[in-house]
Design a binder for this molecule. Structure first.
Ligand SMILES: Nc1ncnc2c1ncn2[C@@H]1O[C@H](COP(=O)(O)OP(=O)(O)O)[C@@H](O)[C@H]1O
Ligand SMILES: [Mg+2]
Length: 462
């Protein structure tokens, strides 16, 4: 640009010099020798003044306008970094200033747009739901990371294709068609088969409009509701299980009560026998209701442990061992205890007692006469380790992970005979985890079982 204005300057200078020389040639023969010097000097001064003026005009008007024109064409090309001369005078200066302001404004706007675009992309990609955007002709424009996680394959397998060619689910097609047809939000649920498991998805399809309310496409959002479905199923199973558990004792109580009422029983011994059964069955209902209430209390989010300073050795020796000792003696089982002295920990005493009683009860219940139970409580670094080992019936490897489920029993009849509700270990697990502890099980069929519980000595807040 500088070169072209220099050329222009040289051209103008040449033309002016030419004109003045021509004037000189015309005037010189007409004047006397003395006057020639004056004419020459006048013409020469005129040339200098002209050249200065041309230079000034070039510098103040032509150059800025040229520079502004170049800047404007760069802006059109999208190069918003370009700037033109500033600090010019007059209208050309105003023009330069305006062009620079425009360039700065465009540059800022594109930076903002880039930031916003990045933010939007980050949000869409990190959403917990899958997103798919399709245009008004049905071509996929965008899919996010979660979508790819749910449906597999990569972005290039979807973007640019018709949605019904890349997704075979009928419900998706329906959602898109309804969103286009009715121009309002639609909700559908469907399942997809993943490699190993089934996933339940909910799809929400919404039409996308532009400013003039013309349909520009549709956005589909896929929510993974598998966990919710599982919870729902668990709740249903739980209600079915509870009803089932209650049904047996209630039927039995009702039957014996009816017999007692209907028939004239003279046999007092038989009457007693029936009443005892009724008593035992109502005991079972009471135990079940008790355990259910315990579980529901433990499961409430606001479950608060009443932390206190527990003298573990003392409490175990005084309050738990006598009960278990008694049960073990009744069944002719040896109970061997090794509790370190002066163990203390921060925890909820009543809940911890439940843990001991439930685990030791199980050991007694699932060990046959002549067997042995060991209780070992000791401190290892910052944790208290409680180990309960028995030489009982044990269980197989595949049953171990299930025994903490509510109502799961390896042998239903055996558990019922011992008054078990099938909830004991579920309660134990809750309590141990609420104390931020861990529970482990090792067991071998016909050989015995070991439960090991690790509890932090001090309260953990995380
Ligand atoms: N020490 C153990 N030895 C063998 N099996 C056990 C032992 N403890 C628990 N189990 C198994 O785990 C199941 C669940 O235990 P629990 O939740 O306490 O319920 P239950 O009321 O049946 O005792 C029991 O039914 C039993 O089959
Ligand atoms: Mg039990």
């Amino acid at each position: 640009m500088k070169q072209s204005s220099t050329k222009l300057f040289i051209l103008y200078a040449f033309v002016v010099t030419l004109i003045l020389t021509a004037i000189g040639f015309i005037i010189m023969p007409l004047v006397t020798n003395n006057e020639r010097l004056i004419v020459f000097l006048t013409l020469f001064c005129g040339l200098i003044i002209f050249l200065i003026m041309i230079h000034q005009i070039m510098d103040r008007y032509i150059k800025p306008v040229q520079s502004a024109a170049t800047a404007a064409s760069e802006l059109v090309k999208g190069n918003y970094k370009v700037r033109t001369y500033e600090k010019q005078y007059g209208d050309a200066g105003k023009l330069s200033n305006s062009i620079n302001m425009l360039a700065r404004f465009l540059q800022e706007t594109t930076i903002q747009e880039k930031i916003q675009g990045n933010q939007l992309r980050t949000v869409i990609n990190n959403m917990e739901s899958g997103v798919m955007l399709i245009d008004e002709r049905g071509y996929v424009n965008l899919v996010n990371r979660k979508f790819l996680q749910l449906f597999g394959r990569s972005k290039k397998d979807y973007v640019g294709y018709l949605y019904y060619n890349v997704l075979e689910q009928e419900s998706i097609h329906r959602a898109v068609q309804e969103a286009f047809l009715y121009e309002e939000k639609v909700k559908n649920a469907f399942t997809i088969e993943m490699e190993i498991e089934k996933r339940y998805l909910e799809i929400v399809g919404a039409p996308v409009f532009n400013e003039t309310r013309t349909l520009k496409g549709a956005v589909l959002v896929f929510h993974d509701i598998t966990d919710l479905k599982h919870l729902e199923q668990m709740r249903k199973d739980f209600v079915a299980n509870v009803s089932h558990e209650l049904k047996t004792p209630i039927t039995s109580i009702k039957g014996f009560a009816e017999t007692l009422l209907d028939e004239e029983l003279d046999d007092l011994a038989l009457q007693q026998k029936f009443l005892k059964i009724i008593y035992k069955e109502s005991d079972r209902i009471q135990a079940l209701v008790h355990d259910l209430l315990e579980l529901s209390k433990l499961e409430k989010d606001e479950m608060q442990l009443h932390y206190q300073h527990v003298q573990l050795s003392e409490d175990v020796n005084q309050e738990i061992l006598p009960i278990i000792q008694h049960q073990a003696e009744n069944k002719n089982i040896q109970f061997i205890v090794d509790v370190e002295d002066d163990l203390t920990l921060e925890g909820d005493l009543n809940r911890l007692k439940q843990v001991f009683i439930n685990i030791l009860n199980n050991a007694v219940n699932y060990t046959s006469a002549g067997g042995c139970i060991y209780l070992n409580v000791k401190q290892i670094d910052d944790t208290i380790q409680i180990e309960v080992r028995d030489t009982g019936i044990g269980m197989s490897e595949d049953q171990i992970p299930r025994i903490f489920e509510r109502f799961y029993r390896v042998d239903k009849a055996r558990s019922r005979n011992t008054g078990g509700t099938g909830l004991g270990l579920a309660i134990v697990k809750h309590i141990v985890e609420a104390h931020k502890g861990k529970i482990e099980v090792h067991s071998r069929l016909e050989e015995g079982t070991t439960f090991t519980i690790h509890l932090p000595k001090t309260r953990q807040y995380l």
